[in-house]
Design a protein around this ligand. Sequence first.
Ligand code: SAM
Length: 209
Amino acid sequence: MHQIIFNYFPALTTKQQEQFAQIGDLYKEWNARINVVSRKDIDEIYTNHILHSLAIAKVMEFAPGSKILDVGTGGGLPGLPLAILYPEVDFHLVDSIGKKIKVVNEIASALGLNNVKGEQKRAEEITSKYDFVVSRAVTAMPRFVEWIKGKFEKENKNPFPNGVLYLKGGDLTEELTNFPKAKLFDISDYFEEDFFETKKVVYLDQKDL
Ligand SMILES: C[S@@+](CC[C@H](N)C(=O)[O-])C[C@H]1O[C@@H](n2cnc3c(N)ncnc32)[C@H](O)[C@@H]1O
């Protein structure tokens, strides 16, 4: 099942391959105790959750030394798969619910990820600065932007200027009315599974928030 990750990311190191091979079982074990992904979806963990998270990496590669915030990470999505892919990038994963953060930290520790900090916190309370903010399925863009405005480093070290990379599905026309400069990337351009047919990565430059 994890083979799908190797197919789309053929340059993984042995360590990364081992981590991706392990993460599915870790999610299955933890999800039986603390619900972090829909239980009817857990058998599709590699496609619907792990590969979906990695769509962000197909849009833009994070430069080593970047600092990334994952807001409303739940059980660590998209942050944990991205942290495996980018061991030299620092990931701060926050969620307002403590038991979800327990799952994040347990999985990060079982995988030996030392570039992940999971913290129980509301997005609005964060005071640090980041190069990018990533997220999936947390809230509509206008509210999300209110939470994370002003939390960006000024200096850009990545291919795109610092900003937001948000995993979204469905019709975004209304949600993005106030963000005319948002760039939409179709995930179906990178991954052929039907699940990705209507799914997108939305990029917003922090200057346009
Ligand atoms: C539908 S879940 C998505 C979780 C994860 N991103 C995923 O895709 O599997 C939304 C998460 O956002 C969290 N959340 C909602 N409002 C938040 C806030 N203001 N600050 C931090 N987390 C928040 C919730 O606790 C919940 O875990």
